[in-house]
Design a protein around this ligand. Structure first.
Ligand code: ADP
Ligand code: MG
Length: 180
């Protein structure tokens, strides 16, 4: 079986946000069945659903994996727990959030695993980093590319997303090593 390509969104707005995002990268990378293919820049983003909280750091990883989508979700949740995922309230502050944005071209509506992730088209903090890695990827629910979906968002939302660090994330090792 060929490995599947998937995109994973990472977010953190509690504690050492950069360190949590780096750790998420390292723990994904350390799995035998996951190969990191590309990393977006790291963005600082204003919260959208619950406004009374600190800014997030967000990025997107492109991976190749032989895991099933369910097994990948389980591993992402293990990584979240391992990094002390602490959610103070739904859509509120968290140390680390890993969302499977796309898994190949799979469409799945189960609440435990919805693919593509249901909020992609509304979120500049997902579309901006994802558009660096896959601008022409077509979102099946909208028959539109990631670039087009980003351009369709109101400017006010796009302005809430600022590139903070280039894809190397100013690290001497991963994720910078990936780009070499
Ligand atoms: P948030 O919606 O803020 O990301 P959580 O990270 O706690 O909140 O996720 C809530 C639930 O979303 C998880 O229990 C998970 O099973 C479910 N879920 C559904 N689809 C996905 C997906 N594509 N990626 C990650 N989690 C998902
Ligand atoms: Mg999540």
């Amino acid at each position: 079986m060929c490995p599947a390509t998937a995109f994973i969104g990472v977010g953190s707005n509690l504690g050492d946000r950069l360190e949590y995002c780096r750790e998420a990268f390292a723990l994904l990378q350390s799995h035998d069945e996951i190969r990191l293919k590309a990393v977006s820049a790291l963005y600082e983003t204003v919260p959208v659903d619950f406004l009374g909280q600190d800014r997030f750091y967000n990025a997107v990883f492109e991976i190749e994996t032989r895991l099933s989508p369910e097994a990948l979700l389980e591993y992402c949740q293990e990584v979240e727990r391992g990094l002390g995922k602490e959610i103070l309230r739904p859509k509120g502050p968290r140390t680390l959030d890993l969302d499977i944005l796309f898994f190949q071209d799979q469409v799945c509506r189960a609440p435990r695993l919805t693919l593509p992730h249901p909020e992609i088209a509304k979120r500049a903090f997902v579309l901006a980093p994802l558009s660096e890695l896959a601008p022409d990827l077509i979102h099946p629910d909208f028959s539109a590319s990631i670039q087009t979906l980003l351009e369709r968002l109101p400017e006010a939302q796009r302005k809430g997303v600022k590139k903070q660090l280039e894809p190397g994330w100013e690290s001497e090792d991963a994720p910078g090593g990936l780009q070499a």
